[in-house]
Structures are given as C-alpha cells and as structure tokens.
Design a protein around this ligand. Sequence first.
Ligand code: OAD
Length: 244
Amino acid sequence: MPSGLTILDVRDCLAQARSVTVLTGAGISADSGVPTFRGPEGLWKNYRPEELASPEAFARDPKLVWEWYNWRRELVATKQPNAAHKTLVALERRIEHFWLITQNVDGLHALAGSQRLSEIHGNIWKVRCTQCNRVSPNRDLPLVYPPICTDCSGLLRPHIVWFGESLDQDDMTRSYQAVRTCDILLIIGTSGVVYPAASFAPIAKDGGALVVELNLDPTPNSSIVDVAFQGRAKDLVPLLGDAT
Ligand code: OAD
C-alpha cells in the first residue's frame, strides 16, 4: 500500500481519479465557527445527548429539545461555508463519479453548492411530522413552539437522526455503494467513532481505494487509512483542489 504520500501526491492522485467519495464530519464546519461534538470545546462536553438528541428526550420534553435545536439553528444561520466546503464543490464539478457523504446537519455543504450529497444524519433546516412523517424545509428563526404540520396538525420534530434511530435506507445504500466503488475516499474532520460512517475506511480499503484522512487530531481511522494528514480542514482541503 502507498505510504509516505504527501498532500501534493494525493492531489495528483485526485487528478487521475474517476471515482471519488468524501466523508465529512463536524471538523470541516469547525472552520466556519460551528461547534464540534467531541473534544474540549465540543457540544457533548456541556450537553447530554440522551437529554437532547434522542426520541425518548423528545417524547419527554419536546419544548426543551426544540429550544436546543432553535439555539443551534440561530448559531448556524450566522455561519458561512469555508474554503474546504468550496474545494469539495470544485472537485464534484470535475470528477465524473463523485459522492459526498456528510454527517453534518448544518446544511453548509449544500449552501456552498454541493449537489451530489447525502446528509446521512439529516438537516437542521428540515422538519418532520411526528404523525404523518412528511419532511419539509423550515428556516423559521426563531422557530415558534409548538411547530405544527400544515397537513395533519401533528407536532413537528427536527429532521435529524437521533441516538438509537435508523439512518435512511436509500441514503445508506447509495453511500455504501459510493464507498465500496471509489478510487479514492477522503475522510475529513470526523472523530470516526459514530457508526455507520466509522466503518467506511475499512470498506473502501477492501474495495481497493486509496483512503486519505484529513483531520486536526489522530483518530481511530488514522491507523487504517493509507495516509493521514493532521491540520485544519480549511488549510488542508484547498491543497487538493488545484489539480485539473
Ligand atoms: P466529532 O465532534 O466527534 O469530531 C470532530 C473531529 O473533527 C475531531 O476528530 C476533531 O479533531 C476534528 N476537527 C476539529 N476541528 C477541525 C478542523 N478545523 N479541521 C479538521 N478537523 C477538525 O464530530 P463527528 O465525527 O462529525 O450526530 O461526529 C459524528 C456524529 O456524532 C455527529 O454527526 C453527531 C454526533 O453525535 C448527530 O448529530 C446525529
């Protein structure tokens, strides 16, 4: 397996690649000012996921859960995509088979212009009816409680995959396919501890892909991938974007 690759070598590999899949996590949006989940400054340092991001929490206290999501929506609304998000848009435009899988719910990839995109953990700007399951966009700021479905008057919830919930089956089929069949998998800004995304590196390697990690800190993926670069996404990812 290739080792000792520099980031410019990876850029050259990307120039030859026909099929590229990218997995992103909170680290890519950290450079836009969106908090990550783990680590000293992470959201899960001050908030308990089981009290705010689980179906049980919503059943117990929907107002509290909505207050937390409303706070996050207000925060994300002030943020813009950074150079890393934009570089991925440029890669998508010139690579024949490109798929971006994000665990982020902030919508910044779509705002940057990414189109071949699976938001596998949902999107903070979408709501879903707890009665009829209809998903709809919602950018209300603040979101007035209780938000009600215009179709059936059911209570709306954030369209987010919470702890203990299943991911969308179509999204996952497409994502696994993209991971299994790519020439290169880029893993950017994720701690690599949440499944199923945590399984993507070994799956891509089994499929013969070059697997590259770009992250501020070492992660469990670092020992699996072909090469791991440590640094900020906004500094590292643009170095991959000049190849044409
Ligand atoms: P984490 O907070 O677990 O990990 C973020 C990773 O990004 C860490 O490894 C950091 O070292 C790295 N990082 C921080 N700043 C960075 C920067 N500027 N450039 C590059 N890397 C940086 O976030 P995720 O891995 O995305 O689930 O977490 C996965 C899921 O766990 C999230 O989608 C969320 C959470 O519970 C849901 O919301 C459903």
